[in-house]
Design a protein around this ligand. Structure first.
Ligand SMILES: [Zn+2]
Length: 409
């Protein structure tokens, strides 16, 4: 009796994983060494290796030197092909997309980004991303025959398997353009294009994952991550898990109410942290005092010039963020608190008052208080996190939803 297709696929993928993991751990191996390392039958291994070679995940390496050790030819060895992309990460931001790829050795093969206007429709954003992938793969000689999956970060609430619960339920107030249709469009287009599963999640949560694995949270137990840019988002990694929450909202620190009588927020509430401390909110507040101010660059210039009122606005924004992070931290008790995003361009002008407010309000029960620190990663953190989600191997992803959607047949 034959096994159901899904089981066969899973078993095959597990075997492939064992072969790739052995080559990652040991470097190039002969077929007999590999057979010993993975404990698979010769026939099965022959089949798996043949397929991986055909798809470009593996390559053959001639033995070092002539190496004639007595009789016979020395065995050709198998190795991971460094140019074979095994995971693709795509991070769609408000005004730019970043794409990154990792090979079977889990090395980052490339990372690139390109800007688009914030009003760009989602179909066009996907085209721009695919175009960037095409150009970069051509330039770097990367191949995708062995692609295992595509991870995608999107702004706003995304819950795996339950597309885009959150803002879009409050009709007329959504700024995340397209609601559930957005996730479906991105997921289907990329799945059709690459023929692999596509995993979609909130891009800030993806960045939090990257920060926990490779950045400031590496080797620490628990991370609270906040990104203060166009909006304010966050992510929580606790007790070895990246949390999504029951409706995809875990870690959304930007929508904690700070001023009940404040401005209406895009989420439908009033006075959220985002309405007071996001980059547009800070620009708006400074422009109210200094009409020549149009952008955050102008704000940073005024800070550099020591403009007292601008310093006060930025300091107040930092204080609001610090208070909300202290509340979140008192609830969740992470070891590390990381602040990322465009706001960090204001440097100590924002980080110092933020840390002060945090220290004043966090429950101080131990000497290892997690002082907020700036991110250790660059602007490709979201794309790197999307790659980590595809590999799905990190212990941080225990219990994390498996690759959703995509083509599985
Ligand atoms: Zn809000």
């Amino acid at each position: 009796m034959s096994q159901p297709v899904a089981v066969q696929t899973l078993v095959r993928r597990t075997h492939e994983d064992r072969v790739l993991a052995a080559l990652r751990a040991h470097g190039p191996l002969s077929r007999s060494e590999l057979s010993e390392a993975v404990s698979l039958s010769r026939a099965t291994l022959h089949d798996i290796v043949g397929d991986l070679l055909r798809r470009g995940a593996l390559t053959t390496v001639a033995p070092a030197g002539a190496g004639p050790r007595g009789r016979g030819r020395p065995a050709t060895r198998l190795a991971l092909d460094p140019s074979a992309g095994q995971a693709l990460g795509v991070d769609f931001g408000h005004s730019r997309v970043c794409v990154a790829a990792a090979n079977a050795a889990h090395e980052i093969v490339f990372s690139r980004e390109v800007a688009y206007a914030p009003s760009t429709p989602w179909a066009r954003r996907v085209e721009i991303a695919l175009d960037l992938v095409d150009r970069t793969t051509a330039e770097t000689g990367t191949t995708f025959g062995a692609l295992q999956g595509v991870g995608v970060g999107l702004p706003g609430p995304v819950s795996s398997g339950v597309p885009d619960v959150g803002w879009q339920v409050r009709e007329g107030l959504t700024l995340t353009a397209g609601g559930g249709a957005r996730t479906t469009l991105v997921e289907r287009t990329l799945a059709d294009r690459f023929g692999t599963p596509v995993h979609v999640d909130n891009n800030t949560r993806m960045a939090a994952l990257a920060e926990a694995i490779w950045g400031a949270g590496a080797d620490h137990d628990g991370l609270l991550y906040a990104r203060v840019s166009e909006g304010i988002g966050g992510g929580l990694v606790l007790q070895g898990r990246l949390l999504t929450g029951s409706s995809g909202l875990a870690g959304e620190v930007g929508h904690v109410t700070v001023a009940r009588e404040g401005l209406e927020c895009r989420c439908g509430k009033r006075g959220c942290l985002e309405t007071l401390a996001s980059v547009p909110a800070v620009v708006r507040a400074v422009a109210g005092l200094r009409p020549q101010v149009r952008s955050f660059d102008d704000v940073v210039a005024l800070l550099d010039a020591g403009d007292a009122e601008t310093l006060e606005v930025v300091s107040r924004a930092g204080t609001y963020v610090g208070r909300v992070l202290a509340a979140a931290c008192t609830t969740a008790d992470p070891a590390v608190v990381v602040v990322a995003g465009e706001i960090t361009r204001a440097g100590d002008h924002v980080l110092r008052p933020l840390a002060r407010a945090f220290r004043d309000e966090v429950l101080e029960r131990h000497e290892r208080r997690p002082d907020p620190r700036p991110t250790a990663l660059g602007s490709d953190a979201g794309a790197l996190g999307a790659i980590a989600a595809v590999f799905n191997r990190s212990p941080l992803l225990t219990g994390y939803p498996l690759l959703a959607g995509g083509t599985t047949s």
